[in-house]
Design a protein around this ligand. Sequence first.
Ligand code: PEP
Length: 244
Amino acid sequence: MRRKIAAGNWKMNGLRAQAAVVEALAAEHGGADCEVVICPPAPLIPLLAGLGSGFAIGGQDCHPAASGAHTGDLSAEMLADAGASHVIVGHSERRTDHGEDDALVRAKAEAAWRAGLVAIICIGETEAERDADRTLPVIDAQLAGSVPDGATGANTVIAYEPVWAIGTGRTPSPDDIEHVHRAIRAGLAGRFGADPSEAIRLLYGGSVKPGNAAEIFALSDVDGGLVGGASLKAEDFGPIIAAA
Ligand code: PEP
């Protein structure tokens, strides 16, 4: 039985006062059945990790190297040292804004493992790829390219995030989400074997809201969600945690 995850990606939002959201969530959902992962901007990691909320704290990106001449970058070791246990890699905003390709995402996931972090590896098709009926081939290629050998349920979470659904208020139909998640599971089984692949949690991301979370999280092979905008307010993320 895979434990569901409610993961929040705050992106480039939140100053220190945003810690009040985690305190409010912990007060109401501290004993939730699901695993809660909050991924704030990196400067907030020590503050949030020190709250004793019981929630896991994650980074939003890491450099493949442990240290070195990479101005402005953060290593996975630094995130772990600051109190993170997870890190998102390959988010579509990184792939688009920073030209990150599958090989780099794979190297970042390996860096996460090296530092003892769980890698939340994001994949997802663009709207043009979806319209061209290329969703599954794109997903397969991203899985093959971005997920390193050695992925297990303990070190890896996969987030399926259709690019066109992120921050748009649009989501695929439940059937479409289930179809893609089944394909991801089958792809992982083909590569890693049936039992290991059963342990890897698959999150859906893209305009998850309090109003659609329960329906999405109930779909087979959906093990929770990666939530952007709706993770910034306790009144939105609280019901999403409850739905997971
Ligand atoms: C995301 O950025 O990972 C995301 C899913 O954003 P949103 O929930 O706002 O669509």
